[in-house]
Design a protein around this ligand. Structure first.
Ligand SMILES: *[C@@H]1O[C@H](CO)[C@@H](O)[C@H](O)[C@H]1NC(C)=O
Ligand SMILES: *[C@@H]1O[C@H](CO)[C@@H](O)[C@H](O)[C@H]1NC(C)=O
Ligand SMILES: *[C@@H]1O[C@H](CO)[C@@H](O)[C@H](O)[C@H]1NC(C)=O
Length: 629
């Protein structure tokens, strides 16, 4: 069913006036040629890896709508679904916390976030790794978000350890069986987390390979159902989803299986076979993912793939989260779009931002600094700025300030670009959300210490280490692409029925890079296009709802290094080797391979402040002057 033609609208002409963004200081959205949403019988809106950005992106017009606007949007979309007799479900796949002042700036963290987030009616929701790094975050997840979403919250492979009793209990129910509102479609839904091992000790993540052998799972995949929905904090190209797919498919040769993933922060879609479909919907509340399935879902499970009559079609769209687009997709405008509930949520966010003083300014950036839009090194690279200006100035310890040093920072410690203009309290949490500190080993022979950065960045011997020690964990998640094959057990080879045709057609393309790529052509004829996502996924190049000019994407090394207190041409005998605490295991391993035998016992804290605090004080001292202009 197509409620709108799936062609470009002449939406630019329709932009009679600019849309007013929801948070008062947010940038106004800019018009772009639009691709319509194609409605089907079953439709989904998907968020993932929102990382506290529920107030929207105040400095980026194309992502400037807030959680209140999403509440309004979902309300209108549900009405449309009801009016058409089709169904709409909302999905969220975790990492809702850490990465924005709206979550991180309060003490304890999340003082406002839980109440804001719960205002959206999310139908299927699960946990990400960021909900689990700190024991206190996992506690709050269990005490607040799980009850807030009651029967909608699924934890297929996650347990929680009750602090009172010490008992290990499921974080929430293992799976959910329910019926859609309008068509009464039976759905069996699961909620997974990848095989994460960095969690605090009050949760237990069960490896997915074990979960799918559990009796409850084997029972669930034998339930009578019209379709399976697997949501997970899992990259859709990762083995984990493919193992789950193979296990369900083994019991259900024809039943549609829909996957909603995340974690790798990219827009992506694929099909594991012709009756399955998978989508990943980006990061930081930049994207609202749209998936729709058209066809007779009640019959699909019993219809052979080879006949046209039962064939389903799957669509995906990556909606840029701004009011211009949300108005466009609902056919509404400034006066008709915001619902009372949506306005209330926007007001809650305004109040929280105010009470957290997120607009407090430490100084003003003299220009934009990019993570991946420029190469490294480069004068506009955020990493060059850190290496040349910030690290040498902040990595100073009173009683060792005259000792030459190497300072190694993992590039993944930085999570966002810096835009020209005010650098606020919010910016500190956005750019550097982690509580990283600088550790050091004193007096390391320079000939040993100098090898560490090369070894960490070029992998070499340390690349062959265990999965937990994958050097890619040190870099930005956007660079962490994984393509793993589906492995069928021999039992399900006999269900083949030609359903791999589609795989051959789509399966061989690489996943898209997060923000367009150097090699990508500007497609479609253009008015002046604003830069933005130009996604290429396994389905094609028409996924983004707004047509944008591509943005350059350059990969960066796992780590950068600042050399402080000596000239490269006259290297010292020994140096203090400083590094972010997060990368300590890799540094120790690299030292070992360079002939230096050090253990955790040799490591000390270099300065008390977190890196985020050090960076904020550097900005206060050095960038205040730029605000006067
Ligand atoms: C978890 O770690 C904390 C802090 O290291 C410790 O106090 C506590 O006893 C540990 N709990 C369990 C169940 O191991
Ligand atoms: C919004 O649309 C309504 C109904 O079509 C119209 O009456 C109203 O003038 C529009 N408002 C704005 C601000 O464009
Ligand atoms: C919005 O907030 C007002 C004032 O607090 C309240 O009376 C009303 O019930 C709220 N409406 C919705 C739909 O949440």
């Amino acid at each position: 069913m197509i409620l709108r033609a799936a062609i470009f609208g002449s939406a630019i002409a329709a932009l009679a006036r600019t849309a007013k963004a929801a948070q008062p200081s947010a940038a106004e959205p800019v018009a772009a040629p639009m691709r319509d949403l194609r409605w089907g019988n079953l439709n989904f809106l998907h968020t993932t890896d929102t990382h506290g950005w529920h107030g929207g992106h105040l400095q980026e017009s194309q992502f400037s709508a807030d959680w209140g606007d999403y509440v309004s949007f979902a309300e209108h979309m549900r009405q449309t679904a009801d009016a058409q007799g089709v169904d709409l479900l909302l999905v969220d796949t975790g990492d809702r916390v850490e990465g924005n002042g709206l979550y991180d700036a309060s003490s304890p963290k999340g003082e406002y976030y839980y109440d804001i987030y719960r205002e959206q009616q999310v139908d299927i929701i699960c946990t990400g790794n960021h909900e689990l790094y700190q024991a206190s975050t996992a506690d709050q997840e269990h005490l607040q978000t799980v009850p807030n979403f009651k029967s909608n919250y699924i934890a297929s492979n996650l347990d929680y350890i009750d602090p009172e009793s010490g008992n290990r209990i499921p974080m929430s129910q293992r799976y959910r069986k329910f019926q859609t509102r309008n068509q009464k479609l039976d759905i069996v839904a699961f909620g997974f987390l990848f095989d994460f091992t960095g969690n605090a000790n009050n949760t237990v993540v069960q490896p997915v390979k074990e979960t799918i052998r559990e009796q409850w799972f084997q029972g669930a995949i034998r339930e009578q159902t019209d379709l399976f929905v697997v949501i997970g904090h899992v990259g859709i190209q990762m083995r984990v989803f493919k193992d789950i797919f193979a296990a369900i498919r083994q019991q259900n040769p024809l039943t549609p299986i829909l996957f909603f993933g995340g974690h790798v922060h990219i827009r992506d879609a694929t099909a594991y076979d012709s009756n399955s479909f998978a989508i990943a919907s980006g990061r930081y509340f930049e994207t609202i993912g749209w998936m729709s399935v058209t066809g007779d879902l009640k019959r699909a499970a019993n219809t052979p793939f080879s006949t046209d009559t039962g064939a389903l079609s799957f669509q995906r769209r990556y909606i840029d989260n701004n009011l211009y687009g949300l108005y466009y997709h609902t056919g509404l405008n400034l006066s008709t779009f915001p619902t009372e509930h949506g306005r209330n949520v926007t007001a809650m966010i305004v109040k929280a931002r105010k009470e957290l003083d997120l607009d407090y300014s430490f100084g003003c950036a003299p220009k934009d600094y990019w993570m991946s839009r420029t190469p490294y090194p480069h004068e506009d690279s955020i990493y060059t700025w850190l290496e040349k200006e910030v690290l040498p100035a902040v990595a100073v310890r009173d009683n060792r300030k005259d000792i030459p040093r190497l300072v190694i920072m993992n590039t993944g410690a930085i999570r966002f670009d810096i835009f020209k203009g005010s650098f606020t309290r919010d910016s500190t949490h956005i750019v550097s959300p982690f509580l990283s500190v600088l550790n050091y080993i004193p007096d390391v022979p320079y000939r040993v210490a100098r090898n560490v950065i090369r070894m960490i960045n070029n992998a070499g011997p340390i690349a062959s280490s265990l999965y937990d020690m994958d050097p890619r964990f040190m870099g930005p998640p956007e660079q962490f692409e994984i393509h793993e094959p589906i492995i069928y057990t021999k039992d399900n080879n006999n269900n083949d029925n030609g359903r791999n045709d589609r795989e051959d057609e789509y399966g061989s393309q690489p996943a898209q890079k997060p923000l367009g790529g150097k090699e990508r052509q500007q497609s479609e004829k253009k008015p002046t296009l604003v830069q933005g996502y130009t996604t290429r996924d396994d389905i094609g190049t028409d996924g983004d709802d707004a047509v944008h000019a591509p943005i350059d994407f350059y990969t960066v090394p796992n780590c950068i290094q600042a050399e402080v207190g000596f000239a490269p041409e006259s290297p010292p005998e020994t140096v203090d080797l400083l590094f972010f605490d997060f990368i300590q295991p890799w540094v120790l391993l690299a030292l070992k391979y360079s002939g230096g035998s050090y253990t955790n016992e040799d490591v000390e804290l270099y300065v008390d402040d977190t890196f985020t605090e050090l960076m904020a004080s550097w900005i206060e001292e050095n960038w205040a002057e730029h605000c006067k202009a």
